[in-house]
Design a protein around this ligand. Sequence first.
Ligand SMILES: [Zn+2]
Ligand SMILES: [Zn+2]
Length: 112
Amino acid sequence: MFFFFVGGLEQQVRQVLKAGAGRCINCGSKADLVDYEKVLKLFFVPVWRWPGKEPLMYCNNCSLFFPPSYSLPPSAPTPPPTDSVSDILKCHSCARVVDPQFIYCPYCGSAL
Ligand SMILES: [Zn+2]
Ligand SMILES: [Zn+2]
C-alpha cells in the first residue's frame, strides 16, 4: 500500500501588496510583499482557510514565504568574496599555487 501525503497546511498568496519589495533570502531573486492565508487541505481539498496575521514576503521563483524583516534590501551590495586565499599554499620560489600537502613544489622543485 502506498500512502500519499493527503493533508496538510499550506500558505497561499492572497494578494500582492508590493511587487518586488525585496529579495528572496533563499535564491536572491525578486520577492513580493504579500497578504497570505493559511489553507488546511485534506485529500487535496481546502477545508479551512484563515488569513495570515501579517504580510509576508513571497518568492515566486522558489515559492518561499519569509518574514519581511529577513528580506534583503533590493539593492543590497554583493558581499565581499570570502577570503579563501589563506588556505592556498603558494610556492615561495615560483609563486605558483601548490597543494598544501606537497612538501616540494611540483613546478620548480623547491622545498615549501
Ligand atoms: Zn527564492
Ligand atoms: Zn615553485
